[in-house]
Design a protein around this ligand. Sequence first.
Ligand SMILES: [Fe+2]
Length: 206
Amino acid sequence: MRYNARHFDLSGLKGISDETLEQHFKLYEGYVAQTNALTARLAELLKNGGVDEKKMLEFSELKRRLGFEHNGMVLHEYYFGNLRKHGERGPARGSPFREAVDASWPSYQKWEADFVAVGKMRGVGWAICCQDPATGHLCNQWIEMHESGHVAGFVPILVMDVWEHAFIHDYAAKDRPKYIEAFFSNLDWRAVESRIAKGKRHAAAA
Ligand SMILES: [Fe+2]
């Protein structure tokens, strides 16, 4: 199983420069390459039907590393996939995302305040709005690095990268809030809402 890096045409975003995006795409391609390399090496360690005891240390470390690289690849695809040129600041009233927020939160403003607060948390990671497949409710989560903090089975709906590489070319480190505002002005709500639909199908299947 090999993954191919996807192409995202995002030049011309507001407040997130093309230079930042070019560097970010290269980092993403690195996660794809590392995921493929780790997967291949792990398969090699299993080629005789089991892992040799002498290779268990290597196997364990590579398996742990795969969680970092694989989530790094997938989360960047969600992130680039929910941005677009001429994006809109907020979801339309009555849209699937607003409906899901209204069913989960006292107001859209409270949901957004919580998401932004998660994005401002100190540390290296991601702010992710997820849907609980059992209830359809939305919640905002802090994901440390790429792999720590996910709730099993929850579906990522809106994904924001807040590692410094996502904005440090355009803003000072202390100005992460300005990057978060730029992120919100470039959102592709149709892409976000296509994930909501998946969430609903997931709930029906459960
Ligand atoms: Fe990133």
